[in-house]
Design a protein around this ligand. Structure first.
Ligand code: 4NP
Length: 154
């Protein structure tokens, strides 16, 4: 099994959206017996909470399931359990390294570095623009699925 973990600050806006969109792409590609997806926060601020209303509305608009999703914090053991650990922005990447004990590993990278944008995913908690988040997340998830298919020969 290939395990993917998306990480953001609160695990209520960007990373749960990426988790849900990625799972949808994986199901459509009939790869759900090969790839699993989860998401986590660098902060402890929203532990146990469902996705933010803006993320829920956007996923519902695009017919993407988010059943059972709730915020959890990143754990040190996630480093062994996940094959791809993906931060939504540069701050997340710095915090992931610190929280995981500064491992030297190419499995940790910034999400949109997989695309031509090579930028942070702007935080809709502050911008309020969940459509921008969705568009960037979809593009990033497509690029991630291509990378995984290529690397894992799927
Ligand atoms: P996220 O957005 O990291 O995409 O889940 C945020 C959620 C909550 C807060 C900040 C960003 N907050 O300050 O509580």
């Amino acid at each position: 099994m290939i395990n993917i973990l998306f990480v953001c600050l609160g695990n209520i806006c960007r990373s749960p959206m990426a988790e849900a969109v990625m799972r949808d792409l994986i199901e459509n590609a009939k790869l759900n017996d090969k790839i699993k997806v989860d998401s986590a926060a660098t902060s402890s601020w929203h532990i146990g909470e469902p996705p933010h209303r803006g993320t829920q509305d956007k996923l519902r608009e695009y017919g993407i399931s988010m059943t059972g999703m709730q915020s959890r914090q990143l754990h040190k053991r996630d480093f062994e359990q996940f094959d791809y650990i993906i931060g939504m922005d540069e701050n997340n990447i710095r915090n992931i390294y610190t929280m995981l004990g500064n491992p030297d590993s190419p499995k940790i990278f910034r999400f949109l570095d997989l695309t031509d944008h090579r930028m942070d995913v702007p935080d809709p908690y502050y911008t309020g623009d969940f459509q921008e988040t969705y568009d960037l997340v979809l593009e990033g998830c497509r690029a991630l699925l291509d990378k995984i298919k290529h690397e894992q020969k799927l």
